[in-house]
Design a protein around this ligand. Structure first.
Ligand SMILES: [Zn+2]
Length: 82
């Protein structure tokens, strides 16, 4: 752990961080700060969506339709054991 960064490396890292920060947006749907992509709703409203929400928006019919996914996470199992 004795790596020392050169000034050039610092500059590079700084510009990388700036790029990443500039690409961060607050997701319109889940309000998370993430790398969002522009998404147009109904060809009118333009919003920023994170990857997960963008996927959901692209295929909403799949979720409403035949197989409603119920992802019930059983996190309480550990508590039940106590
Ligand atoms: Zn989101």
């Amino acid at each position: 752990m004795t790596d020392r960064m050169t000034a050039a490396e610092w500059e590079q890292m700084k510009s990388n961080v700036q790029k990443i920060v500039a690409s961060l947006e607050i997701c319109w749907k889940c309000q998370c700060v993430a790398e969002c992509a522009k998404h147009i709703i109904g060809n009118v409203v333009m919003v920023w969506l994170c990857t997960g929400c963008a996927e959901q928006m692209e295929r909403p019919r799949l979720q409403e339709g035949q197989t409603p996914r119920r992802t019930v996470k059983q996190k309480a199992s550990a508590r039940d054991l106590l």
